[in-house]
Design a protein around this ligand. Structure first.
Ligand code: ES4
Ligand code: ZN
Length: 326
């Protein structure tokens, strides 16, 4: 296929991808065997059948449970390597990858295991897969903000691989303001800042994340569309949104892909991008998401080009490198 074909992948930056969410059932079962971890699933088929969700929390429960198979640095290397291979085939040329250090620390896996394991795969990603990679560790919003504040200095040691921080997990009852201090410190350290907001949480959480956390991109942000004043601000400030269509359908934030607000976001002049979130769980990687919304919403080739261009503008690449893709 050439890039002019309706559904050929365009070179794109992936800006919303949880590395733990790339754990395919086959790899989960293989790592469980390698590490002698018992899973309550008999094999990859049974596991794949469990990849069905009623909401964000039902997904997060399985996502955290399966992390048990990730024990050693090479497990993280294998996980990242599998993602990079698939992502490259889907047009991804740069990825700013999320990781959940607190989820691993909480089950006794040290930071070095996570970062050295991922770093091993990322160090050769450019030459092996033509993909440049950076890491954005995310704080878990259900945990005490003081824990995030204590963790931040330890994350700084992994610069320049680590370029920023994020905020993830279930939003309800955990407004962005709780994390104001750790985000302010990260800004002082020159780190980039993003946050999940307006996924299941209300449009006000998008505003709060912009005002209190100083975020440079909104992860998801689809519920912004419920408040015209939030839409007007996102448009005026050209705040990038990392939208994940298959995720929103899998977690029932949107009933059907045909009802997805992505097209309305583009029509409203928002800087929307398409990303894959937790592709092993939600039915597809970056181009699978683009192809699915293209069909469901009737996106034009020009609109797909705009999505790819938005991804480069929204990336945290140095300007000279970013502009090579525009
Ligand atoms: C996530 Cl889809 C989603 N939402 C919030 N937090 C997450 N962590 C991993 N996937
Ligand atoms: Zn996410």
């Amino acid at each position: 296929m050439s890039p002019d074909d309706e559904l050929a992948p365009l070179p794109t930056a992936e800006l919303h991808l949880h590395i733990e969410g790339t754990l395919e059932p086959e790899l989960a079962v293989a790592l469980a065997a390698r590490n002698r971890v018992r899973l309550r699933f008999d094999g990859p088929e049974e596991l794949r059948r469990a990849y069905r969700f009623s909401d964000l929390q039902s997904f997060l429960d399985l996502y955290y449970e399966l992390m048990a198979v990730l024990q050693r640095p090479e497990d993280f290397t294998d996980l990242a390597e599998a993602y990079l291979r698939t992502a490259a085939a889907q047009g991804v040329r740069h990825a700013e990858v999320f990781v959940d250090p607190q989820a691993h620390l909480a089950r006794g896996v040290p930071l070095e295991v996570v970062f050295e394991g991922l770093g091993e795969a990322f160090a050769t990603a450019e030459e092996r897969h033509g993909v440049s990679v950076a890491l954005i560790p995310c704080f878990l919003r259900e945990r005490d903000p003081a824990e995030a504040e204590e963790l931040l200095p330890r994350l700084l040691r992994y610069r320049p691989l680590v370029i920023g921080i994020g905020l993830v997990s279930a939003e309800t009852g955990r407004p962005p303001e709780l994390f104001e201090r750790v985000f302010a410190r990260a800004a002082d350290e020159g780190l980039h800042r993003v946050a999940h907001a307006g996924e299941e949480g209300p449009a006000e959480y998008v505003t709060a994340a912009l005002d209190h956390l100083g975020i440079e991109r909104v992860d998801h942000g689809i519920r912004s569309m419920e408040d015209p004043s939030v839409v007007a601000r996102l448009r005026a400030e050209q705040v990038p949104l990392t939208v994940c269509p298959l995720s929103n359908v899998a977690l029932r934030g949107v009933d059907r892909l045909a009802d997805h607000p992505l097209k309305a976001m583009l029509d409203a002049g928002l800087a929307a991008t398409v990303n894959s979130d937790d592709p092993a769980y939600f039915g597809g990687y970056l181009h699978d998401n683009v192809a699915a919304v293209t069909r469901a919403l009737g996106l034009t080739l020009d609109e797909r080009r705009r999505l790819a261009e938005n991804s480069w503008r929204a990336s945290f690449l140095p300007a000279a490198e970013r502009d090579r893709h525009l």
